[in-house]
Design a protein around this ligand. Structure first.
Ligand code: KIV
Ligand code: NA
Length: 265
């Protein structure tokens, strides 16, 4: 295997090769995802929802993100590992943003960080980049701002928000970010943004005109089932399969079928 770097992702865009990205939050899953040749693994703050059961991404802490990230890193040999800066760890001032980014890089061994927003966090992005830490941007439906939006519906449908998003994407490229995630925006707008910047644009609910796709691993596997956004393709129904497997175990224990003569010493 050859390690994926921020440079190889940019080259993939130049060559027209689509980038695959998936989340992982722990060692065992990261090993499987990396072994399946996913280009980029995101230790997303969606761990707040998926792993911890919170309703939003806001409660997860920097220490918790570092725990998830260091577990993932130990399972990865090939993919580029990007870690979300959690809510509250970078918005208040650029020095704190840099400190948070450094902690993630140092304590987890991650390869890059991601944060949500455009020009409003300009100084923080520049400080982190100046320290030599690769930064991935995230625009559109940025879940850390859910209470500002009020709903999880498609963003940037109106011209004003679409124009700001286009400007922010240009800004992120100029600042030196190596890629941008666009979440839940019209496909036409996402395509326009992808064509207007030279860095890869990775979409989730942003159509097929971008340079790569990202999904939450547990959604793709069908381990979650309580929501069904249009952009989500479920490749398995693990919720059902796991429930059946676990029920069989329970009934085998109750019926004394397990363990059998061969399954004991
Ligand atoms: O936290 C996350 O999983 C994300 C992706 C959905 C892009 O930020
Ligand atoms: Na995130």
């Amino acid at each position: 295997y050859k390690r994926v770097t921020v440079k190889s992702l940019i080259e993939m865009k130049q060559l027209g090769e689509k980038i695959s990205m998936l989340t992982a939050y722990d060692y065992s899953m990261a090993r499987i995802v990396d072994g399946a040749d996913v280009d980029c693994i995101l230790v997303g703050d969606s761990a707040s929802n998926v792993m911890a059961g919170h309703e939003t991404t806001l409660p997860i802490t920097l220490d918790q993100m570092i725990y998830h990230a260091s577990s993932v890193i130990r399972g990865v040999q090939r993919a580029l590992v990007v870690v979300d800066l959690p809510f509250g760890s970078y918005q208040s001032d650029p020095k704190e943003a840099l400190r948070s980014a450094i902690r993630i890089m140092k304590e987890s061994g991650a390869h890059a960080i991601k944060l949500e927003g455009g020009k409003e966090i300009k100084e923080s992005i520049k400080k982190i980049l100046n320290a030599g830490i690769p930064v991935m941007g995230h625009l559109g439906l940025t879940p850390q701002s859910i209470y500002k939006f009020g709903t999880y519906t498609v963003r940037a449908k109106e011209e004003e928000e679409a124009n700001k998003l286009k400007e922010d994407a240009q800004f992120l490229e100029r600042a030196g970010c190596f890629a941008i995630v666009l979440e839940k925006i019209p496909a036409k707008l996402a395509k326009e943004v992808a064509q207007s910047v030279s860095i890869p644009v990775i979409g989730i609910g942003a159509g097929n005109g971008v340079d790569g796709q990202v999904l939450v691993l547990h959604d793709l596997l069908g381990m979650t089932h309580e929501f069904n956004p249009r952009f989500l393709r479920r490749y398995m129904n693990l919720y059902q399969e796991m429930t059946q497997a676990i029920s069989s175990y329970v009934s085998d224990v109750k019926s004394r079928d397990f363990p059998s003569d061969q399954e004991q010493y």
